[in-house]
Structures are given as structure tokens and as C-alpha cells.
Design a protein around this ligand. Structure first.
Ligand code: KG4
Ligand code: ZN
Length: 338
């Protein structure tokens, strides 16, 4: 039974953001606090799992306190605890799970484990009050590139996925090759604004005719090969042009497959989700493609696309409403399937 006034305390620690949020019902975020570790991991050029776990441990209780304070509630007001149980870094996930279980036990409240990618999709419910399944979701994050048919609040069918690198991973690796800082996605997005997207033509991996799968390792290698060729020829490179050209090739493939998936399964609503959904070029290109075909695009604002706990609260609410609570034996699953 849905309860629009249910207060959920949500915790997210699957990667490098320690996050907590309070939701009223499944769509109203009363607070959404994020302690980012990006500055700590940047010197290593990527997330160091051991450091991530330690930082979560140091931050998580203070982040939860802030989330409650920002929402103007106390521990005693919380009705439900939601927490990410996978996929993600196992040590990082365990910190969030242990914390959530401790609160659930101490407060004698139900706990719900949430799938991180389903949570990314549920982020769209927060800013789009009327959005209801069915719809097609494009999930583009650091670890996933999936086209998902969402037939109910807890009914997900994967139509296509990446066969190698995830979109975010490709952005991060291409950025590293270009000497841009971690995380590479925002750095490429920024650099590309001054570049010519047609300067270098990287291969668009559309795979077999009609395939809804993705492959991004080729375009990432294409960037590396281009840089090597230019270096060997003694030519200087324009980083903005390469960033824009790389971004354009990734965006074109994602847009083409998303539109193809929506048309194939007859969905007229398309939801963007995951960190790469914050990309300005992808947002603009998918908006245009959807408009041309009469599809309605739902784009959460960038802070709700990248990792946050409000999305975990939304997913926890809709899971609890249909499936009830989990036990305190809830475990972490680094490779939890959709
Ligand atoms: O969803 P997310 O925050 O974490 C995961 O679940 O992986 O996604 C992180 C990924 C990183 O690869 C990051 O480089 C990418 O999202 N990203 C972007 C942008 N902002 C974040 N990629 C392209 N353009 C952006 N503006
Ligand atoms: Zn994520």
C-alpha cells in the first residue's frame, strides 16, 4: 500500500560519493546531501576502492545527520531506511549497508536494499511528478550502458547493453588519454564546448543491423591511436577538437540506439539516467531526436543524474510499496544484475 507521507532515509555509498537523503513519499526530496570524494581520488586518476571505503566510513554519519537536519526531521520521524546494495565497490557498499542496518535496528524501522541502476532510473520520478511506467530508460553511467524497458515500478527488462566499456568509462579513459582530469566525463563535456565535433571522424560502432547493444572500446582506442599518429608525425593536437569529436561519436550512437529501442517496443516516453545523462551534448541531441519523432523525453537535472541518495530513496519507496521490507541479513552484491 502506497503512503504518500512515508519518510524514507536513504543512503548511497556504492562508489565515490557518500550520500544521504530524506524523501517524503516516492517523489519529494526533502534533502539530498552529497560528500564527494572526487578531489581525493583525482590525484590517482580514478577511484581507489580502499580509500573510497575509508572515506565513506569517516563521512557517512555526518552526512546522514545533515540530511535529517536539512529535511527538518529527527531520527524518530523516519519510517523507512533505503540503501544501495549493489552493484558497486564491495567495501564501499558494505559501509552503507552496515550503517543502514544499524539505523534500522536502533530505530526499529524497516529496511529496503536498492539496486543502484534502478535507483538511477527512479531519479526521474522526483522531478517529473506525473511520470509513470511504462517507459524506455537509457542508463549511461560509469559502469553501465543499458537500454531498459520499464513496465512497472519494479519491472525492468534489459533490451541492450554495452559489450565492453560503459559510456562513462569511455569518457573517463578518453579524457585520461587527452590529459584531462578525473572524472573525465565533465572534463570532456567542458573542453568540447570550444571544439569542432567534425574535426576528427571516429568510428561509430553501430554493431549488427538492429542491435540494441553498444560498444565503446573502439572509439576510446580511436582517440589513443589518433593522438599517437599525430605525435609521431610531429603535429600538435587540438584537445578541444578531439574531445568534441569523441563526444559526438558516442552521443550519435547512444541517440540512434535509444530512438530505435523506443520505436521498436512502442514506448512514447524516454527517460535519461546515470552520470553521462548529465552530458550537455547528449541532452541536447536526444531532446532533438525525441522531438522529431514525437517522443516525450524526461531529463532529470544533472545533480540527479550523477550519484545521489534521493534516487535511492525513490527506488526504496517504490520497492517497499510493492514488495515490503528486506531482512537485516541484507547483503552487498558488487555485480547485482538488473
Ligand atoms: O552514475 P554515475 O555518477 O556513477 C556510476 O554509477 O558510475 O556516473 C559516473 C560517470 C563517470 O564516468 C563520469 O565521467 C560520467 O558519469 N559523467 C559524465 C558527465 N558527468 C559525469 N560524462 C559525460 N558528460 C558529463 N557531463
Ligand atoms: Zn551511479
Amino acid at each position: 500500500m502506497k503512503n504518500e507521507r512515508l519518510l524514507t532515509l536513504a543512503i548511497e555509498t556504492s562508489c565515490d560519493e557518500t550520500a544521504a537523503a530524506v524523501l517524503r513519499g516516492g517523489r519529494t526530496a526533502l534533502s539530498n546531501v552529497i560528500a564527494s570524494q572526487i578531489d581525493i581520488h583525482r590525484v590517482y586518476g580514478g577511484v581507489v576502492p580502499e580509500i573510497a571505503s575509508r572515506c565513506h566510513l569517516e563521512q557517512v554519519n555526518a552526512v546522514v545527520d545533515r540530511a535529517l537536519a536539512d529535511a527538518g526531521i529527527r531520527f524518530g520521524d523516519v519510517d523507512l531506511i533505503g540503501v544501495t546494495q549493489g552493484p558497486g565497490l564491495v567495501g564501499a557498499l558494505l559501509v552503507g549497508l552496515a550503517t543502514a542496518k544499524a539505523y534500522a535496528l536502533a530505530l526499529n524501522k524497516p529496511i529496503v536494499g536498492v539496486h543502484h541502476i534502478k535507483a538511477h532510473i527512479c531519479a526521474a520520478y522526483i522531478e517529473h511528478a506525473t511520470l509513470k511506467p511504462p517507459f524506455l530508460a537509457l542508463v549511461v553511467s560509469g559502469g553501465h550502458t543499458d537500454l531498459v524497458r520499464v513496465c512497472g515500478y519494479n519491472a525492468y527488462t534489459v533490451l541492450g547493453r554495452t559489450r565492453d566499456d560503459a559510456a562513462g568509462e569511455a569518457f573517463d579513459k578518453a579524457a585520461r588519454a587527452l590529459g584531462l582530469p578525473y572524472p573525465g566525463g565533465p572534463a570532456i563535456d567542458h573542453a568540447a564546448r570550444d571544439g569542432n565535433p567534425g574535426a576528427v571522424v571516429f568510428k561509430r560502432a553501430l554493431l549488427e543491423k538492429d542491435s540494441l547493444d553498444f560498444s565503446f572500446s573502439g572509439v576510446k582506442t580511436g582517440v589513443r591511436n589518433h593522438l599517437n599518429t599525430e605525435k609521431q608525425a610531429g603535429r600538435s593536437v587540438n584537445i578541444a577538437d578531439i574531445a568534441a569529436s569523441f563526444q559526438q561519436s558516442v552521443v550519435e550512437v547512444i541517440v540512434a540506439k535509444t530512438v530505435r529501442a523506443a520505436e521498436r517496443c512502442g514506448e512514447t516516453k524516454v527517460v535519461m539516467a546515470g552520470g553521462v545523462a548529465a552530458n550537455s551534448r547528449l541532452r541536447a541531441a536526444l531532446e532533438e531526436a525525441c522531438r522529431e519523432r514525437g517522443l516525450c523525453l524526461y531529463r532529470p537535472s544533472p545533480p540527479l543524474c550523477t550519484d545521489n541518495a534521493a534516487m535511492v530513496g525513490a527506488a526504496a519507496y517504490f520497492k517497499y510499496a510493492e514488495q515490503g521490507a528486506d531482512g537485516l541479513d541484507l547483503d552487498a552484491f558488487p555485480n547485482l544484475p538488473l
